[in-house]
Design a protein around this ligand. Structure first.
Ligand code: DX5
Ligand code: ZN
Length: 221
């Protein structure tokens, strides 16, 4: 079973971004958290910075927008070369047309759900989305503990996708470590964002390998 690992540069050293990107060349993509000081309190960076990251990154970009007015802003990140652009359903006026607009600009399109947001109103969009992101922390900051109470929601999503023959990537974001990754994997996730557990200690390349191995050792059991 192949999993995808997307380190989050939210936990990297912003003033050494190019070097920090080189340290995760063994990842499948780099997760780039765009925060606007409105949808979430924190403020990170916008399209100019993301465009530079596209230019220097050894791996494709998984852009996670935590911004209001997602309908207006999301397509721009597809245009500048992100591999995927994921926006929050809570911040979009027209989820379907925003998904289509991202796709028409040549990127994969994803929808994200905050911990308190149920799946049911959004089922129709799982048929169009290339990725569904189930947040396992409240969006806004790195380093928070994994919310295991999101596992029933993840399982419900996995069941719905399997029953309907759908295969968007199922991503989890927040508190992912060698302990929690296998838990989310068992409940149906296949794409894992990790900020602090990649950049927070030691060497990112070793941490990426340890995260990948956490599922392999699970499979052997
Ligand atoms: C939180 C961000 C995450 C963050 C995860 O709002 O969406 O991508 O970087 O950080 P960790 O892995 O430290 O929980
Ligand atoms: Zn994120």
């Amino acid at each position: 079973m192949d999993i995808r690992l997307h380190p989050s540069v939210l936990s990297a050293d912003f003033v050494n971004m190019e070097a920090e990107l080189q340290r995760i060349s063994a990842a499948d993509a780099v997760h780039v958290d765009v925060m606007d000081n409105h949808f979430v309190q924190a403020l990170t960076f916008g399209p100019q910075m993301v465009k530079r990251i596209v230019e220097v990154s050894p791996v494709p970009l998984d852009v996670h927008l935590m911004v209001n007015h997602a309908d207006a802003f999301a397509p721009g990140y597809a245009e500048i070369g992100a591999q995927s652009v994921t926006f929050h359903v809570e911040a979009a006026h027209d989820v379907g047309s925003t998904l289509r607009s991202i796709q028409s600009h040549g990127a994969k399109a994803g929808i994200a759900l905050k911990p308190g947001t149920p799946l049911d109103p959004y089922m129709e969009f799982f048929h169009m989305a290339d990725m569904v992101l189930v947040m396992t922390v409240e969006p806004g900051a790195g380093g928070q503990p994994f919310m295991s109470e999101m596992m029933p929601k993840l399982e419900q999503l996995r069941e719905y996708l399997d029953q309907n023959g759908l295969s968007p990537l199922v991503e989890v974001d927040g508190g992912i470590t060698v302990e929690t990754l296998p838990i989310a994997w068992r409940h149906g996730a296949n794409t894992f964002v990790a900020g602090s557990s990649v950049y927070g200690h030691g060497e990112p390349a070793d941490n990426i390998e340890a995260l990948r191995n956490s599922v392999k050792s699970e499979e052997r059991n």
